[in-house]
Design a protein around this ligand. Sequence first.
Ligand SMILES: [Zn+2]
Length: 293
Amino acid sequence: MREELTQCPACLENDISFKQSVKDYSTSNEVFDIWACGQCSHLFTNPRVREESVGPYYDNPDYISHTDDAASVFAKVYQFLREINLNWKHRHVKNYTEGKTLLDYGCGTGQFMEKMISKGYEVQGVEINEGARTKSSKFGSVYSSINEVKGEVDAITMWHVLEHVYNLDELLQSFKTKLRNNGTLIIAVPNPESHDAQHYGAHWAAWDIPIHVHHFTKKSMSAALERNGFQLQEVLPMSLDSYYISLISEQYKEGASTKRIVHWLKGVVQGTISNIKGGKDNKSSLIYVFKKS
Ligand SMILES: [Zn+2]
């Protein structure tokens, strides 16, 4: 079941038009359309799968669990990079946050929670998926809804979550009640204006339709957040993501018949090119730092 939007979900204007079609390579092989807003340049999946029907589209095979010669090496490299990534996220939160109470919204299996707790933070999590919530609950209090979060926090983090959120205004308004005055909101999302998005076009893995309902540009992120009472402080590049996204995009482009090691090498090469050519502002993913105003 799909629903059609008649206004931009970021700025609420109705100056919207079709941009391109993209296939869901990871799960359903269905084709979805991406529309663009003429006012704030937001890109969004339209029509989109209704929220109550989107669950099965999340059931994609785990890229890491394939068994071939390169798999164990790949898994080790992936874990190594993930650790670098977690330390890097911690540094950014530390740099932009006063105080040590944190809510990780969409905390998944809790790796970031675990890292931040090890650095002395008091962390609560919200996770909709029950299986993931069971795992992250080992590290601290994890709830199924933001309404259950206790007290006010100094910072809220969302690592690749906001692009999945159907009702932006509802969530952002609830953040305002959970975040203390002048608190920090940190949002990481894929960047459809990145060099690797341009390079791979419809094969760009971070379109990830239909589960990504939003594809934020710098302009549309500011439009949605400022409208809801947050002020942009900084936009930071997320360089490591371009390798992972390029690797998966190679798989989509070349198909499964090409060996994984070829995808891997091409992904590394293209990820590097993307990071160099993309410069600071056009990385595969960006981190936005906002303050509650
Ligand atoms: Zn718009």
